[in-house]
Design a protein around this ligand. Sequence first.
Ligand SMILES: Cc1cc2nc3c(=O)[nH]c(=O)nc-3n(C[C@H](O)[C@H](O)[C@H](O)COP(=O)(O)OP(=O)(O)OC[C@H]3O[C@@H](n4cnc5c(N)ncnc54)[C@H](O)[C@@H]3O)c2cc1C
Length: 493
Amino acid sequence: MLIVGGGTAGWMTAASLAHRLGRLGMSITLVESSAVGTIGVGEATVPAIRRYFQSLGLDAFQVMKSTNGTVKLAIEFDGWAREGHSFLHPFGRYGLEAGPVAFHDLWNRLRSAGDAGTLDDYAMGSRLARAGRMTLPPDQPRVDFENFDWAVHFDAGRFAAYLRSFAEARGVRRIDARIAEVLRGDGESIRGVKLDNGETHEAALFIDCSGFHRLLIEKSLQSGFVDWRHWLPCDRAIALPCAHADVDAIAPYTRARALEAGWTWRIPLQNRVGNGYVYSSDHISDDAALAALRAQLEGEALAEPNLVRFRTGHVKRFWIGNCVAIGLSSGFLEPLESTSISLIQMGIDKLLHLWPDTAISPVLADEYNRLSITEFERVRDFIILHYSANGRQGELWRHCRDMPLPETLARRIAAYRARGMLLKYDLESFFEPSWLCMFGNFGIEAGSWDPLANLLPLPDLQEVTRRVREDIRRVASGCMTHREFLAKAGALA
Ligand SMILES: Cc1cc2nc3c(=O)[nH]c(=O)nc-3n(C[C@H](O)[C@H](O)[C@H](O)COP(=O)(O)OP(=O)(O)OC[C@H]3O[C@@H](n4cnc5c(N)ncnc54)[C@H](O)[C@@H]3O)c2cc1C
């Protein structure tokens, strides 16, 4: 088998396949080109990444130590609902449940009475994040607010290098050369690749992890592309890491701050802060975007700016013949919710699940494509919601408020407005608490709620929820600082 590309996608795939399928005696070769390089961004994850570490038998804190990793409890959305407003999207569940009544129904009822508190008040992850503190969620939560979760920020280059050692130790062969030509086989298949060192490599199965180059899946097999720019107008990003303002106070969360023509990210690692501006080139020039990004840096810039152009959407077919695209080669959604690496994981999981034996049946490809398209669409809807519900001034933001929405998203919003319902679809990356987070913080009002929530006497409900909010604040403020936590866990580099 041949993997084309040695970025995060290529090495994650190589490590997983070598670990899981090594016993089959399969040979895995990975071709990457240090002359072409990798995209060089992609440092914030979601909690699923810890499942990936586990699947390889890796200790999360060891990975963090090797990659200057930090804890990520949430994403702060600064200036999205309106200028000056900030909320967190934490991982995990909110506050409390009352038997069959969901938290959001209780919260909506309380809101109608005027003293519900903010959603952040009910999330341990949010409170810890704001306080710059961390503790591990217990294996067996005793109270509802202990159901929080966490992910990591890491240096993407170091992560790929870490996985490379892992994969090479399990027999993966690496070739550093540029692919000069992709050789087609019969029908919709690839026979091999010709390298600029004169070698030709043939294989039965190819994994295209060539990033935005899409060498196999698009350039050779002409998959076609589903373009979502009309819903997500940002098409460029500039990345520029800088030094920490205060290395002792590393925030355990990502920040996404809305600006005139898009938004900036701030991803704190142990040794530096990753920054970037994701923007619409119809609404700001590259020079102006860079100037706006520089104006936000909290410390000295540590590299030259990295300008990335991208198309939002996905290839029409992720698996064609004997070629499967994983990572940026398969599609891209802007990093507002840090979903690309988790989409890589989903690609690997599906591939392992549908792993072909000797012949590659088209049924496998069809199933892979069906699942991948739905997974991408689910993430797409969640990201669009951030834009469509914004309360900002400016042309880009007005456009996003007025644009027609995908039918699946419009239905979710209508269900919440009608009766505070959080619809559940299959193959979701984001569950009820995440949708509630967006609806609640963007000021989308629920017209009513589960009538069972009305059976609880209002003063009792107010008293219970007040205590829960107080408990969360008290417990969070008593936890270790983020740095103390990293040190104790053995995760400091
Ligand atoms: C601005 C931005 C911010 C992002 N932030 C996040 C984030 O916070 N969280 C997240 O989960 N994801 C994020 N992502 C996505 C994330 O960067 C990618 O999912 C991840 O890095 C995987 O990239 P990749 O391996 O698919 O591609 P790449 O890193 O581009 O790797 C492509 C590989 O293909 C090789 N290659 C290409 N052409 C040839 C050739 N001709 N011959 C030989 N080799 C070749 C290259 O050498 C390289 O090894 C972000 C993306 C962008 C654009």
